[in-house]
Write a protein that binds this ligand. Structure first.
Ligand SMILES: [Cu+2]
Length: 123
């Protein structure tokens, strides 16, 4: 009988400690950071008939900005038709926001000899 009571007391003690531990961990939970953090952007210049850098990596929701540093017009045109800047004249800018992760290869429609470049969008 004494052993039985001791067992019950021990069980109650364990339950009380468990509840105390739970409520303690609840109160010390760090708040979740806001999900509205803006991902880092990337800049590409179009110079001497080349996209530089030829590959940039951004997070989904990020924006890539292109600047035409040549005196000739260029375009930033997705090989798969996802985006198209149209004509970007000298010193003009174009930017595009990428919502979906993936690898986007693009080219300039005016100059077929220009090497294609890529935007890698990660989660
Ligand atoms: Cu071009």
């Amino acid at each position: 009988m004494k052993k039985y009571i001791l067992g019950i007391s021990l069980m109650i003690a364990v339950v009380v400690i468990a509840i105390a531990a739970c409520s303690k961990s609840d109160s010390t939970n760090t708040p979740t950071p806001p999900t509205t953090n803006k991902p880092a952007d990337a800049a590409v210049s179009i110079k001497n008939f080349a996209f530089s850098p030829a590959s940039v990596t951004i997070k989904a929701g990020g924006t890539v900005g292109w600047t035409n540093a040549d005196s000739d017009p260029h375009t930033v045109t997705d090989n798969n038709g996802g985006f198209d800047s149209g004509t970007i004249n000298a010193n003009e800018k174009y930017s595009h926001t990428f919502a979906t992760p993936g690898t986007y290869t693009y080219h300039c429609t005016f100059h077929s000899m220009m090497a294609t470049a890529t935007v890698v969008v990660t989660n």
